[in-house]
Design a protein around this ligand. Structure first.
Ligand code: HSE
Length: 296
């Protein structure tokens, strides 16, 4: 009655698809141990330095389990031990990894009574605790794997998008951007001409993934609505993007609500060159940073 799982980091938005597109990364991932208890309740223990709320109702792993248990209506509970490797506030789906991981592990221990869609529905309560808003663009790829489109949240409508092999380089400049703050600063209205351009990019990106068309993927990684506002929170953003493209990246942008920046490349050598470029920029600026080169 115990299981240990790896719950992966995710990149939400994929530049133009705010709140509707996301992809799972091979690494980093949280390691979570979940145990079924014979009495009701949820116990959360965090193994490392990151201060996570111990009250399960306020914890991104705890809140989804409380919802799951309420629906099950059995006198059981869960204990979760989280070894967090994905830094909270880094923009690569740390809260989603906790929420999705807890739900997937608990469902496994119960004999998988719930569907993937049910698990997304429960895990969304973790995002609500973390950022005040139920967005599924980290949760869905964390549970489904690969690239997912969240066509709708109410009702849930999740579509897996096939994609060619892609390498991902992520840089996390060591500042913290809270998702709630990064959402607060967004304008509530968009111009029709911007919306049209964004629709073109989203459709182009999805078509590029499906058709294995790397050039189309690269051209479509453009965001005229969210990035111009949020990029102001990330030192060096414009330079990182421009120089990484010069280094051969297909394109990229802010990962989720930031401050991490991700770039997609066609091959490993380019992805490593992109990493070198990112490191050089943040070393020059004098900002501590952490990088990953991984795949989807
Ligand atoms: N779509 C969300 C946002 C993702 O950009 O606010 C947060 O990780």
């Amino acid at each position: 009655n115990k299981v240990t799982i790896q719950s992966p980091a995710t990149v939400a938005n994929l530049v133009c698809g705010f709140d509707i597109l996301g992809m799972a990364l091979d690494q980093p991932y949280d390691i979570m141990e979940v145990r079924k208890l014979d009495k009701p309740g949820v116990i959360i223990t965090s193994l490392d330095g990151f201060p996570l709320p111990a009250d399960p109702a306020k914890n991104t792993a705890g809140a989804p389990l409380i919802e799951m248990l309420a629906e099950l209506d059995q006198p059981i509970g869960f204990e979760v031990i989280i070894n967090k490797q994905i830094k909270p506030g880094s923009g690569i789906g740390s809260s989603a990894a906790s929420a999705a991981g807890a739900v997937v592990a608990a469902n496994h221990l119960l004999g998988n009574p719930f569907s993937k869609e049910d698990m997304v529905r429960f895990a969304l309560f973790g995002e609500k605790v973390a950022s005040g808003v139920k967005h599924a663009d980290n949760i869905a790829p964390c549970i489904y794997g690969g690239i997912t489109l969240i066509r709708s949240i109410f009702p849930l409508d999740i579509v897996s998008i096939p994609a060619p092999r892609l390498y991902v380089t992520v840089v996390h400049p060591q500042i913290e951007v809270r998702t709630s703050d990064a959402r607060q600063i967004l304008r509530k209205q968009v111009l029709l001409k911007d919306a049209i351009r964004q629709w073109g990019n989203i459709a182009g990106l999805v078509a590029g993934f499906v058709k294995n068309d790397y050039d189309l993927i690269g051209r479509s990684l453009e965001d005229v609505i969210i990035e111009p506002v949020r990029s102001m929170l990330i030192p060096g953003f414009d330079e990182v993007k421009a120089k990484c493209k010069e280094a051969g990246a297909l394109g990229g942008g802010i990962s989720g609500s930031g401050p991490s920046i991700f770039m997609l490349s066609k091959d490993l050598a380019t992805a490593q060159q992109v990493e070198t470029t990112m490191k050089a920029i943040y070393t020059r600026i004098g900002l501590d940073h952490h990088t990953y080169v991984t795949t989807i």
